[in-house]
Design a protein around this ligand. Structure first.
Ligand code: ADP
Length: 837
């Protein structure tokens, strides 16, 4: 329950006041109780002492009657003197005995005759009492019941004190006929009680109680004497009985307690104390009230401050978000702005390099081509990093083939590696699922980055990319990749620092290797985004080993295993002086179910072939790679076939060797070749081709027609005249007819007016952008019942969202600027089915 301030303070006062008043009431009750208790105690003491003296006197009277009766019975003749003498002492000693008498009662009439009498009680009164009809009935009844003592109540005397008669039959020596003799003792009830010592404010009443006719009779009553009674606050009473053998005496005492007469100091003290406590409680409530008011006020101030700060924080956050969005937008548009001229620079450099140039000119062209490419990669890196940092990088979760991604990354670097004489190897474990779920573009980016670095920092040897399920964790979806090089290595103290942004091992201005120091930082962020990590090991001078782990769950349902290679016998010998290459080939063949052996040179290969043949476990294939002595493939094949004639051989050749050797190899039967870096599918295709060639006569393959009657018509939509010129230059020798449009609106018009086989659509253009133009084209096609024409988007910003947007607008594919000639030609031939030179 929540109370507002006003209600809560009223509540506190009420609680404090009622607590104080309750305490006051409790104190008053206790004090009052105490006063009453003390009065009750006094009263009880008083009544007990009255009762005790009454009991003693009554018993004395009883004993006196008895002894007088005994005395009379013992006398042969009793005269007044003897009676007076006998009773004198008794009467003197017991002042409450008023009289003693010896009486004769006629049995018939009940008339009584006083024979002897002593004491102060008047004889006439006694006579009257004994003549009373009721008393006579009582006497007769008592005697009939053999009752020894009979109380008789006299009418004589005041109402407040009626004399009590103890009557006892006696047996004289010579009893008279028809009469009984009685001893009578007259008691003054007022003297039975010691009235002097008892509190005069107590009301006293004395009753006789006996069975039969006598019943209950008041014999003494004393009213209370209160000088100024005032009002009575309490009544006390008590009743007690003195039992004698034949009757009882009941004494009743009562007392009214009057306010005026009470000892009230304790009550006043309680009142003062209780009121004091009540006031104290109220003062405490007030203090609490003040304190809570103060707290409330302070809370209000704090709340106000917090609200203010929250508002300021929210504003700061909004500003930061806005700044980050602006930064992202800025980077995206900067990326576009830089890419567009770069497109022209790199493209033109490419074209220029193809023209006739002297050495110096070639060198210059090379420089600005390289510089353009470096600038392009820097722009890409910065864009990536800012996207990651602004948490705007959205990862895809699509099915892809790890092998494919790694092989593509190596293929992209093939020429660079070959120029340095470095072997590129993809060694993918057969345990890696054929298809996994993740973001292939980002996985490729990491591999490309690491392979690019590895090639950059390696002079001889190889760069190997391996992948296998991770063993460091129980998570079956975790994939472990390694990029191993035989380069310069990294000092141990730099192994961690290189993953920070703009961090390089060699920071001197005369650096030998270019780069920005962003690549590894991006890789680390990407690996973490993909649920993994990245780290490096290295021995300086021997090489580096970059590890990264990524969560790539296998796709469901799992892809089926590749079909077997149909080798007879199903065993292959891999010959390569590079152990990494040999292992990678062996793993690839194992994935297709082929058993393999490895030889590092041609001699041991020949020996192995011979031995296996003799043992009846021959080989169905030799995969021939690099030899340490650089022996030509044709010569090496001849040596192998000297051991086993017609042995099927697949050669793995580096691009530079391929050009030299291909002629010689074509002439050989049962021989195929695959370019390095080897793609697993190419190896398998080559092996299958060898098998089918052996089984059937070679089919004549139709050469692809270069051009034909119909020249494909392209609509080039691009606002930048340099880029239009570039694309035209690229396509100069290709069998395409190019029509240009300057913007989307012009493109839609042209498209409607003429027939085209393909559209190259720039995205960012004035008047109408590429998305809108493509949509308009698609709508027009649908409305006029035409088959859709291929539209390839030319996206300047390499951002994934833009690519997705272009596909959503109806484009079939996209090319990222700056566009390379080869890439463009390949894309066109893929969509138009025309081989361009
Ligand atoms: P960049 O290569 O663009 O300078 P990176 O972040 O990719 O930036 O690499 C940072 C630094 O790490 C490099 O400058 C280099 O000093 C070191 N490095 C990276 N890979 C290798 C490697 N394979 N061998 C030796 N040094 C490396």
């Amino acid at each position: 329950m929540k109370l507002d301030g006003q209600t809560s303070s009223v509540f506190f006062y009420a609680v404090a006041g009622s607590l104080g008043l309750s305490f006051l009431a409790a104190l008053l009750v206790l004090a009052w109780q105490n006063v009453i208790d003390s009065e009750t105690r006094d009263f009880t003491f008083g009544t007990i002492s009255v009762q005790n003296s009454l009991e003693a006197k009554v018993r004395t009277a009883d004993a006196v009657v008895d002894s007088l009766a005994g005395f009379i019975a013992a006398q042969s003749a009793l005269d007044d003197d003897a009676f007076a003498q006998y009773t004198r002492g008794t009467l003197r000693r017991y002042a409450f005995i008023n009289g003693l008498a010896h009486v004769r009662v006629a049995a018939e009439t009940g008339d009584s005759q006083i024979l002897h009498v002593a004491g102060t009680f008047p004889r006439a009164d006694l006579k009257a009492l004994l003549s009373d009809a009721q008393n006579q009935r009582i006497v007769r009844q008592s005697i009939g019941q053999r009752q020894a003592a009979i109380p008789l109540i006299g009418e004589a005397g005041t109402r407040a004190a009626r004399p009590l008669l103890f009557v006892r039959p006696t047996q004289p020596a010579r009893p008279a006929a028809d009469s009984l003799e009685l001893v009578v003792l007259v008691v003054d009830p007022a003297k039975l009680i010691d009235l002097v010592t008892i509190d005069p404010t107590i009301t006293l009443a004395l009753y006789t109680e006996s069975e039969g006719i006598a019943g209950r009779n008041l014999i003494f009553l004393r009213g209370a004497q209160n000088p100024q009674p005032g009002f009575a606050v309490e009544s006390l009473d008590s009743s007690s009985v003195v039992r004698l053998p034949h009757f009882s005496l009941r004494i009743m005492a009562a007392k009214d307690l009057y306010w005026n007469a009470l000892e009230k100091n304790l009550v006043f003290a309680a009142l003062v104390l209780g009121l004091g406590v009540t006031l104290l409680m109220i003062a405490l409530a007030r203090a609490k009230d003040l304190q809570s008011r103060e707290l409330e006020a302070r809370n209000r101030v704090i709340e106000e401050q917090v609200r203010q700060q929250t508002y300021e924080l929210a504003e700061a956050r909004d500003q930061a978000l806005e700044a980050s969005r602006v930064k992202s937008d800025f980077l995206a548009s900067m990326s576009h702005e830089i890419r567009t001229p770069l497109n022209a620079i790199i493209g033109m450099a490419e074209l220029l390099a193809e023209t006739r140039l002297d050495d110096e000119q070639s060198k210059y062209v090379g420089v600005f081509r390289n510089a353009g490419e470096a600038l392009l990669s820097l722009v890409n890196d910065i864009l990536d990093l800012s996207k990651i940092e602004a948490e705007q990088l959205v990862l895809e979760a699509i099915e892809f083939d790890v092998l494919d991604v790694v092989e593509q990354a190596l293929e992209i670097n093939a020429l660079k590696a070959d120029a340095k004489g470095i072997e590129l190897v993809a060694d993918i474990s057969p345990d890696v699922p054929a298809r996994v779920v993740g973001d292939p573009g980002r996985v490729r980016q990491i591999v490309l980055n690491l392979v690019g670095n590895a090639i950059k920092f390696t002079e001889t040897g190889q760069v190997v990319v391996s992948a296998a399920p991770a063993t460091s964790t129980a998570d079956a979806a975790m994939m472990h990749f390694e990029v191993i090089d035989s380069g310069i290595g990294i000092p141990a103290d730099k192994l961690e620092a290189i993953f920070s942004t703009f961090s390089q091992v060699d920071t001197s201005i005369t650096r030998k290797y270019g780069g920005t120091g962003l690549g590894l930082a991006i890789c680390r962020r990407l690996a973490e985004l993909m649920g993994g990590r990245i780290w490096a090991e290295s021995v300086e001078g021997e090489g580096s080993r970059f590890h990264f782990e990524l969560r790539l769950p296998p796709a469901t349902p799992a892809a089926s295993a590749p079909p077997a290679l149909a080798l007879t016998p199903n065993r292959a010998l891999v010959v390569d002086c590079n152990r990494y290459t040999a292992d990678a080939v062996a793993h690839a063949l194992a994935a297709a179910g082929t058993e393999t052996a490895i030889a590092v040179d041609i001699e041991s290969a020949c020996r192995g072939l011979g031995d296996a043949q003799q043992a009846g476990r021959g080989f169905g294939l030799v995969v021939l790679g690099e030899l340490s002595d650089g022996e030509a493939p044709a010569a090496a094949i001849a040596r192998l076939r000297a051991v086993i004639a017609a042995l099927p051989v697949v050669c793995l050749l580096r691009p530079s060797v391929l050009a030299r050797s291909v002629e010689g190899l074509r002439a050989l039967a049962a021989t195929a070749y695959v370019g390095k870096p080897m793609r697993r599918s190419h190896l398998f295709d080559a092996i299958r081709k060898l098998g089918s060639v052996a089984a059937s006569p070679p089919a004549t393959v139709e050469a692809p027609s270069a051009g034909g009657a119909h020249k494909a018509r392209l609509l080039l939509v691009e606002d930048n005249p340099d880029n239009r010129l570039l694309v035209r230059a690229y396509l100069k020798k290709a069998p395409y007819e190019v029509v240009e449009a300057e913007n989307g609106a012009a493109a839609v018009d042209t498209f409607k007016a003429e027939a085209f086989d393909l559209v190259l659509m720039d995205i960012q253009m004035p008047v109408m952008d590429g998305y809108t133009a493509t949509q308009a084209i698609r709508e027009w096609e649908a409305a006029s019942g035409r088959a859709p024409t291929t539209v390839i988007a030319l996206t300047a910003s390499a951002v994934k969202e833009d690519v997705e947007r272009s596909l959503a607008a109806g484009c079939d594919a996209h090319l990222t600027k700056p566009i390379k000639k080869q890439v463009l030609l390949e894309a066109l031939s893929r969509y138009l089915g025309v081989e361009a030179s």
